[in-house]
Design a protein. Structure first.
Length: 678
């Protein structure tokens, strides 16, 4: 696959591996001999499995356009249809049929609409297996870390490359050790843990990191709680969130054998025995981490996320006192619609009805979950209380199908994202909470604690201040033999510089829903010119009318956070943006952009200076700065000029591997060229 220079430091090369590095080592195909994979290394990986969902349709087009005709390893791929399952239009049904036909022809495992959400299927069916590596063209593949599988998002072009070659590239991210202490108080859940982490440690502490959860608190959590926390490490800004493989994990796998039978291809006695042996080797206490965060679970009380931001977390008791009326409630999505979540909601709703004027929507994570919830009676409790049943799938979570938030409405949801406009109208307000709180709010018609509705009084009493510590150890010194950046060097065809005016969108955490609305994500046949018109619509509907030729887009920190949708990069490329500068970038967004030939660079000092000059005015979210920028790519220099004033900034030197992708127009063309060469 893509060959990149191998950067490491001498101290790191001698240090024992952490869990993330150990797993990557197993799936790195270009690391030989005694060399150990370390944080920061660029490696070619051949993951155990790659999952695509409704976006399989788009990957099909890429697979064909690169000239591929067969899979390198058909058993590596998994197709699951789960996002737009409510859409019964002829066009969507034809798309689904095309995907199924292709799967049958190529021998790829296929799960039709209604089976469940792809991430749940990956876990239930053993594609995501403890101490393995599985990827998906969806940002919530982090969820696999709940069972100790290194799950991380890739983008659609990567998926096509894996189909054709069995591999793609990955840079091992910095690894943060998150040590969980204590135990959750009664009434607190895994959702409260991750809502608090996202909302209270909200200064990009783990942005673009992989997280290893450790400690006695991690060991005390159930698998469902771990899956919930791992799932939303995406919203915390991480590329992966992995729990240890312990007795709880072993018991989970053993139970899956009981459910699936002894002859399952992936979850069986032989696989379990091998897992036990591998898990018996502990991670060394001397393993190196980029950060060490501790969180005392006992210090937690129920928290709510929002409105319209995962970076805001408020104690439930405080919001409850505000009497915030709701119009819609949701118990669905890959983060919180498993059997234990349905049971928690049913315990609250038993003997009650959904409040007048409130719509309560439920959808199971999979048909297996619904079957078990029906057998326990919990599903019937919710239906009898007035819940509206949706098919197993994503639906309102991504802004598709029935039950979307309308103008001015307030919703509370057990989903994982509440970005403005994601679940419906941009003028609506969306909060995130645990299943029990969502159920209680549906019954009372306002954001409420479940305490008054259940006799066991399980809600943790009173607001608490969660106890965190964050430690950043000194970086190991690079060895003298480490490869250095080559300055002032560009390959043939790559421009030496670009000149254009800076256009400034100052918002931090500008998410992919803001850049490319979710309602258009699974319309695979939108022409480039129409995609260009949609660019930034949820952020600023006037953006494209303000844009001019050669403009350089500058945005705040953590630009492109959120989903792995490729169109959030390609729509800006089609709109004529040649370069994006940001304070920092979502790693998944940067991957999408570079894989499609759109260059992105991080220049935090520039962003801080522009914020100091222009502020962050809500009335004019897109600002023509008047600054002319000249970027010298090879030298890593950005020069600004306006009214006789000249400023200069350092920018990252664009490496030759990235230059090659830009010149060729992205990874798709790179793979195509390699196939043609072979």
């Amino acid at each position: 696959m893509l060959r990149m220079r191998h950067f490491s430091s001498a101290p790191l090369s001698r240090a024992p591996q952490n869990l993330i590095e150990r797993i990557v080592q197993k799936y790195a195909v270009d690391v030989t001999g005694p060399v150990k994979v370390k944080q920061g290394d660029f490696v070619s990986i051949s993951p155990a499995h790659v999952m695509t969902h409704d976006n399989t349709g788009a990957v099909l087009g890429k697979f064909a356009s690169i000239g591929a005709s067969k899979f390198a390893r058909a058993s590596q791929a998994v197709f699951t249809l789960d996002h737009d399952v409510q859409n019964k239009s002829e066009k969507n049904l034809e798309k689904y049929a095309k995907i199924e036909k292709f799967a049958r022809e190529k021998g790829v495992d296929f799960y039709p609409a209604g089976t469940g959400i792809g991430h749940q299927t990956m876990v239930e069916q053993g594609y995501a297996f403890p101490l393995s590596m599985a990827v998906a063209s969806d940002s919530h593949s982090n969820m696999y870390g709940g069972i100790g599988c290194l799950g991380t998002p890739i983008v659609r072009t990567d998926a096509a490359a894996i189909w054709a070659t069995g591999r793609t590239w990955w840079q091992v991210p910095p690894v943060a050790k998150v040590e969980l202490l204590g135990k959750l108080p009664s009434g607190c859940t895994g959702k409260d843990v991750i809502v608090a982490l996202c909302g209270l440690l909200n200064k990009d502490e783990v942005l673009n990191h992989a997280i290893e959860f450790t400690g006695p608190g991690a060991a005390s959590l159930s698998i469902d709680e771990r899956l919930t926390i791992a799932n939303m490490t995406t919203e915390w800004g991480a590329l992966a969130g992995v729990f240890p493989v312990d007795q709880t994990t072993i018991d989970f796998v053993a139970n899956r054998i009981n459910v699936l039978g002894p002859n399952h291809k992936r979850i069986n006695a032989e696989a379990l025995d091998a897992l036990k042996k591998e898990a018996a080797e502990p991670v060394s206490k001397d393993a190196v981490y980029a950060k060490h965060i501790t969180f005392d679970l006992a210090s937690l009380s129920p928290h709510i996320s929002g409105p319209n931001s995962v970076k805001v977390a408020t104690p439930l008791s405080e919001l409850e006192s505000r009497n915030i009326k709701i119009h819609k409630a949701y118990l669905l999505s890959c983060v919180n619609s498993r059997q234990s979540d349905i049971k928690a909601a049913a315990e609250v709703m038993r003997g009650h009805k959904v409040a007048e004027g409130v719509e309560f929507y439920i959808a199971p994570a999979s048909k297996e979950v619904q079957r078990d919830a029906e057998a326990s009676g919990d599903w019937g409790v919710l239906v009898d209380a007035g819940a509206k049943v949706l098919p197993a799938g994503c639906g309102p979570c991504i802004g598709l199908g029935a039950g979307l938030l309308q103008d001015g409405e307030v919703g509370i949801s057990a989903t994982n994202r509440n970005f403005k406009g994601r679940m419906g109208s941009r003028s609506a307000q969306a909060y995130l909470a645990s299943p029990a709180v969502v159920a209680a709010s549906a019954v009372t018609g306002k954001i409420s604690s479940p305490e008054a509705l259940i006799s066991s009084k399980t809600t943790a009493a009173g607001p608490k201040t969660p106890a965190f510590t964050v430690t950043i150890p000194p970086k190991p010194k690079p060895s003298s033999s480490s490869s250095a950046k080559s300055a002032d060097s560009t390959i043939e065809g790559f421009p030496s510089k670009h000149v254009g005016e800076l256009i400034f969108c100052p918002q931090d955490n500008l998410d992919t829903d803001g850049i490319y609305p979710g309602a258009f994500t699974y319309q695979d046949d939108i022409p480039p010119a129409e995609m260009a018109k949609i660019a930034m619509r949820n952020y600023d509907p006037k953006f494209t009318s303000i844009l001019k030729k050669n403009d350089v887009l500058v945005s705040g920190f953590n630009f492109g956070t959120g989903s792995s949708r490729e169109q959030a990069a390609t729509c800006l490329l089609h709109a004529g943006i040649p370069l994006i500068l940001a304070g920092s970038l979502s790693e998944t967004y940067k991957r999408n952009a570079i894989n499609n030939g759109l260059l992105c660079l991080e220049v935090p000092d520039l962003v801080r200076d522009l914020v100091a000059e222009f502020g962050k005015p809500k009335e004019t979210p897109t600002i023509r700065t008047g600054w002319t920028a000249e970027i010298e790519y090879g030298a890593g220099v950005l020069k600004l000029s306006k009214d006789g004033v000249v400023k200069e900034y350092s920018v990252p030197v664009v490496g030759k591997a990235a230059q090659e992708l830009i010149v060729l127009g992205g990874l798709e063309n790179w793979v195509k060229a390699k196939i043609a060469g072979q």
